[in-house]
Design a protein around this ligand. Structure first.
Ligand code: GLU
Length: 491
């Protein structure tokens, strides 16, 4: 069998959507497993909507996910160019070839005439089809149209008898009656090819062996197969992967949450977690396994195990998985990845000193097991770095105002001021002493202090927190809490 060549062919009209990323991933996994070639081709023939910014975003998203391409933008290759707008001459050449063979023709119908055709068809309850009226124009008729200033499109002479079978590796053969296809446009009046034409020329010339793409392209495939046949190109294998839905079973969109890969990146998802999660969105090895390394995915992935049914995007599960991957990082890696978030929030310098780094590492050691998204580190650890943090209102009211909050803080203020060094060995007796002299459970002693020092009632262990925050800041925060209590009691 010929060497596997697959491609991801995004249109640069927006950001890299997670659905597109999953299509890219399945192609990439298949190529890597088969020792094949993964091509990235930019389908930028929609001149009005394609932007360079979108191309950049797509490449950035691919790189973030670690989906490296063997041929395409930035890396080149023997089958280029890899931007469709740089291939316009090729499409015209093949359109001419079809015209010479009588399988394509110039059509001069105006938009108004086409609309009129459809109106009549609607009235007669017919399928809306181009009726082929320009198929047999004489040279004189064409000249006359040109003289009127009309610029033709090129239409394909479609096969309307019989049927076309898509040999689909995921769904099995999908059969389409040819009478559903009409003489579709292959080159528009501005000389730019339509998607269905350009994709066939490119897949054929780039010697793509497997077309793996979203199932929304199934209706296009019979037209494409007709073109392969008319041009005498070998037909590749097709694998149409199911759609991704939101929790309400409609197609995944911004309404459901983040859908752009770079947005996920900015929120602090790790590439390995994204890749693992996206791989499982429509594919599974066996039901018991959820966590797959990249190497394992490459080894185990197969198109046969891709589901025919749509997959529901589960943000909770992705978050959970991201937490798992965060905990697998070394502390150094975790530091590298979280530092930009802390820095952007103004909590730490961009290049911390050795001493600052040590303190940040101590904080991060406590955070690593607690966060699911890298960006969460900012709010979860703010109080370590600044006095500018708010109390959680509910926690403060419940714990500082009710019960023994004030008594406890007054006692601890006094006792902690006597401690020389804030470390576990010296702090422990203070808390044991408070339990005894106040006659309270340890938890009742710790909670008010926790609110005072962290602003919330959930935090790492109190000794670890106090050690990092240090004596001076702890005492000042107790004073702040006592002042808050006094004010709240007056109000
Ligand atoms: N440019 C098309 C898209 O983004 C590619 C479809 C295909 O893979 O054939 O949907």
């Amino acid at each position: 069998m010929s060497k596997v060549r697959v491609r991801f062919a995004p249109s640069p009209t927006g950001y890299l959507h997670v659905g597109g990323a999953r299509t890219a991933l399945y192609n990439w996994l298949f190529a890597r497993q088969q020792g094949g070639t993964f091509v990235l081709r930019i389908e930028d023939t929609d001149l009005a909507r394609s932007t360079e910014e979108s191309v950049r975003g797509i490449l950035e998203g691919m790189k973030f996910l670690g989906l490296d391409w063997d041929e395409g933008p930035e890396v080149g290759g023997n089958y280029g160019p890899y931007f469709q707008t740089e291939r316009l001459g090729l499409y015209r050449e093949y359109a001419q070839q079809l015209m010479d063979a009588g399988r394509a023709y110039e059509c001069f119908c105006t938009p108004e005439e086409l609309e009129e055709q459809r109106r009549v068809q609607r009235e007669q309850k017919l399928d809306l089809h181009y009726d082929g009226r320009c198929r047999h124009l004489t040279e004189e008729q064409k000249q006359a149209y040109r003289a009127e200033g009309r610029v033709p499109v090129i239409r394909f002479v479609a096969e309307t008898e019989g049927q076309t079978v898509i040999p689909d590796l995921i769904r099995g053969p999908v059969v389409f009656p040819n009478n559903q296809v009409d003489d579709f446009v292959i080159i528009k009046s501005d000389g730019v090819p339509t998607y269905n034409f350009a994709v066939v020329i490119d897949d054929a010339l780039m010697e793509i062996t497997h077309v793996i793409r979203g199932e929304d392209h199934i209706p296009n495939t019979p037209k494409q197969i007709q073109l392969y046949k008319a041009l005498g190109f070998p037909i590749p294998a097709f694998a149409h992967i199911p759609m991704i839905l939101g929790s309400d079973k409609t197609r995944l969109s911004k309404r459901h949450g983040a859908t752009s890969v770079t947005q996920f990146r900015d929120e602090g998802y790790l590439p390995d977690a994204m890749v693992n999660y996206l791989a499982l969105l429509g594919w599974g090895y066996d039901d018991s396994q959820t966590l797959f390394s990249r190497a394992e995915l490459i080894e185990k992935f197969s198109l046969e195990r891709v589901s025919k049914n749509p997959a529901v995007f589960d943000f909770q599960k992705l978050q959970w998985m991201n937490g798992v991957y965060i905990r697998e990082l070394s502390l150094d890696e975790f530091y590298e990845k979280t530092l930009p978030y802390l820095h952007n929030a103004g909590l730490v310098p961009g290049e911390p000193s050795a001493e600052q780094k040590q303190m940040i590492m101590a904080v991060l050691k406590e955070m690593q097991s607690r966060i699911k998204l890298l960006s969460e580190v900012v709010e979860m650890s703010r109080y370590f770095f600044t006095e500018d943090f708010q109390y959680n209102e509910d926690a403060a009211r419940k714990i500082l105002l009710k019960g023994e909050g004030k008594t406890v803080l007054e006692h601890l203020r006094q006792a902690l001021s006597q401690v020389q060094e804030f470390n576990h060995a010296e702090l422990e007796p203070v808390f044991n002493g408070a339990v005894e002299s106040l006659g309270l459970k340890l938890g009742k002693v710790i909670q008010p202090l926790r609110v005072a020092v962290t602003g919330t009632n959930v935090s790492p262990g109190i000794y670890e927190v106090l050690e990092i925050v240090g004596k001076e800041r702890t005492l000042a925060r107790i004073d702040r809490a006592l002042a808050w209590i006094a004010q709240a009691e007056q109000a």
